[in-house]
Design a protein around this ligand. Structure first.
Ligand code: HEC
Length: 91
């Protein structure tokens, strides 16, 4: 199932690979998000999902990225990332 999702996702990611364009909002933790969250997909995933995710939603997304997708986010950086995302991209 996950493998299938990845396969489906890859062409989309390739087309949207214009990553240089995306600037996240200024704030503590932005650099962490940019370095940890653009490895597998564009940062526009964050912008696109901001109307739907509150703090709880971002917490769940973070643990999904880490536990299900295997994102190599250092444990100590998770709270800073969640804080940044819920402040700047929370609903
Ligand atoms: C190891 C690869 C990987 C990393 C690193 C990663 N993601 Fe993802 N992310 C994915 C995949 C694969 C999907 C698509 C999953 C799906 O469609 O269910 C996804 C989807 C998303 C979505 C869309 C909503 C959802 O739940 O599917 C958001 C938002 C998101 N990622 C945020 C982040 C954030 C924030 C980070 C940094 C902490 C991050 N991702 C790091 C692999 C990754």
């Amino acid at each position: 199932m996950k493998r299938l999702l990845l396969l489906v996702l890859l062409p989309v990611t390739a087309v949207a690979a214009d990553e240089g364009q995306i600037r996240l909002k200024e704030g503590a933790g932005r650099a962490l998000v940019e370095s940890n969250c653009a490895v597998c997909h564009s940062l526009d995933y964050i912008q696109t999902n901001s109307p739907f995710l509150d703090r709880k939603g971002w917490e769940a997304t973070l643990s999904k990225m880490v536990n299900a997708m295997g994102a190599p986010v250092p444990k100590e950086d998770v709270p800073t990332i969640v804080e940044y995302l819920s402040q700047h991209y929370g609903k």
